[in-house]
Write a protein that binds this ligand. Sequence first.
Ligand SMILES: [Zn+2]
Length: 241
Amino acid sequence: MIDVGPAEAPRPIVEFGERRVLVTRNGERWLAAVGIPLDAPAGETSIRVNTARDVAFEVREHAYREQRLTVKNKKYVSPDEAQLERIGRERRIIDSALDSWRDVDVDGLILAPPVDGRRSSSFGLRRFFNDQPRSPHKGMDIAASEGTVIAAPGRGVVTATGDYFFNGKTVIIDHGQGFVTMYCHLSRIGVEEGQQLETGEPIGAVGATGRVTGPHLHFGTYLNGTAVDPALLLETVTAAD
Ligand SMILES: [Zn+2]
């Protein structure tokens, strides 16, 4: 969160690289909420305010934990050509929904928990499936039984729903200014694309669709097209594993 000036001024346009950044009011100040990629190098970087002024900040190293998993269904470890084609097509749909920009006022970044349950896998975990390195875990897994209703953690608009190869049945919600949340492995999708949601409205139910070892909710949160740790945004954080 970076202070970008007094709130008497209009909400400034803030960019990080090529991407617009969410700006929210905090009392008398505007704050920019910048999502930093997990693979960003440590060191000084900056955001640009109103295409004129650079505000510098420092990215520091953070060590994430490592996890080794055995996945029995080979199709999820070594997909064939047709599956790779499907994965690529779905990746483009998902990326575009995660990178959407809607220029509305966003009233803070605090989210209600989408389901109650134990956090079974944390953001940033470095994963190996059958000893093959995979991309780090870009969300929080919350253990809950199949059929547990998932509630929208904040107001927003449904921008994508689908049944994807890795993510299974999925819902993506746009909360405004590039603040996006994603729900994966659902047993049932209860919303439609374009639907407006208020906090607490049901969006579907926990399941075990896609690449999973058991029923849980994969909860992803994004700022400026970049996955950020949901634990930073939840009003009540359940105990870590
Ligand atoms: Zn997950």
